[in-house]
Design a protein around this ligand. Structure first.
Ligand code: SF4
Length: 363
């Protein structure tokens, strides 16, 4: 298939659904790691089309959502440093921290700027040479290489006022943490398509090898996801866990070596604090010591104050897949996209936002 509408072909979708229905003899619970998949699943009504034996759960694959309140509070405290410009992607601005959001900080006078790429942040730094410019780096293996490239560019250009608060996270350790916790019984994982384009499908081999867990890497069109579900149902029924790749037009077994190389040059692996999962070893990316002059953690000594969680928000449970968004008592009542209480309702990749927008009638 060459064109995008071919990946939305209703006749082919019906064929895949018939196959899934005929093969699925026992209940399976599958987790779509990626928030982009949750949105596609809800947008195209795939939950309602699949047989009742297939239960789909969202996972922790929304970088804005998994940013902990402690890390967000640090970013908000940084925005309060006199003269400092904090640049970040749009969704982060609206996420409530312990006391306030970056949007509130901006309204109170902080210079918080929304950017579409790290190149925009570099430009802000070039245009304001007398002021420190911090880029709030949030994202997974898809975003991290672009931030690493920006740091290399800043180094090459001698841009001394540019730095990064790196809150980047790695996806395989988060999946491992969910499985190790044993809180939710899963029968398969829909692997994140964009992340796997970078890290390669082989990066998921540990799931079948160590956990007996099938993985199907998927793109973001309905047929991509249905094919992945079909693969997972087949593997669960045959009790033959493996890694399948239904996103071969983008994902290879080895991934993108250039992106991995630039990421490895700039970042080193360390612990990260995940909303919902807590501190997960070897799941974050901090700057290597040789790039310390670009590391906002070392450059600015700020006190974010005590961390508080939002009363009643069950984002952590949603991110671990132990509940679906409508099971949060605040969903659609106290918490809506217009007045979000938790990040899962703010972010364009948040599961609560997806369920609110496309499936409020679902159980
Ligand atoms: Fe949190 Fe709102 Fe989602 Fe409930 S509906 S888990 S309050 S973001």
């Amino acid at each position: 298939m060459k064109y995008i509408d071919e990946f939305r072909d209703p006749a082919l979708a019906r064929k895949l659904l018939t196959h899934i229905e005929s093969r699925s003899t026992r209940p399976v619970r599958l987790m779509e790691f990626c928030g982009g998949h949750t949105h596609a699943i809800m947008r195209y009504g795939l939950r309602t089309l699949l047989p009742p034996t297939v239960d789909l759960r969202s996972g922790p694959g929304c970088p804005v959502c998994v940013t902990s309140n402690a890390d967000l509070d640090r970013a908000i405290a940084l925005a309060g440093v006199p003269g400092l410009i904090l640049a970040t992607f749009g969704d982060m601005v609206r996420v409530p921290g312990s006391v306030q959001s970056l949007q509130h900080a901006k309204a109170a006078g902080a210079d918080v700027r929304m950017v579409y790429s790290t190149l925009d942040a570099l430009k802000i730094a070039r245009d304001n040479p007398a002021r420190p410019v911090v880029f709030l780096g949030v994202g997974f293996e898809t975003t991290a290489p672009t931030v690493a490239a920006a740091i290399l560019q800043a180094a090459a250009q001698g841009l001394g006022n540019f730095s990064v608060l790196s809150l980047h996270k790695l996806t395989p350790p988060a999946t491992r943490a969910i499985l190790d916790a044993g809180e939710i019984a899963l029968d398969g994982i829909i692997g994140p398509g964009h992340v796997t384009t970078v890290i390669g499908a082989d990066a998921w081999q540990f799931l079948p090898a160590e956990y007996g867990m099938p993985v199907a890497v998927a793109g973001f069109e309905p047929l991509d996801i249905l094919r992945a579900v079909a693969d997972l149902v087949n593997m669960a029924e045959d009790r033959h866990p493996a890694v399948s790749n239904s996103y071969a037009r983008s994902v290879t077994r080895q991934g993108n070596p250039a992106a991995i190389e630039v990421m490895d040059r700039v970042f080193e692996v360390g612990t990260a604090d995940w909303r919902g999962l807590g501190v997960v070893p070897a799941s974050g990316l901090g700057l290597r010591p040789e790039f310390v002059q670009f590391d906002a953690i070392h450059l600015f000594d700020v006190d974010p104050g005590p961390t508080r969680e939002h009363k009643g928000c069950r984002c952590g449970d949603v991110l671990r897949g132990t509940i679906t968004p409508p099971e949060c008592p605040l969903f659609g009542r106290a918490c809506t996209p217009a007045r979000p209480i938790g990040p899962c309702m703010v972010s364009a990749e948040g599961a609560c936002a997806a369920y609110y927008q496309f499936g409020r009638d679902l159980p």
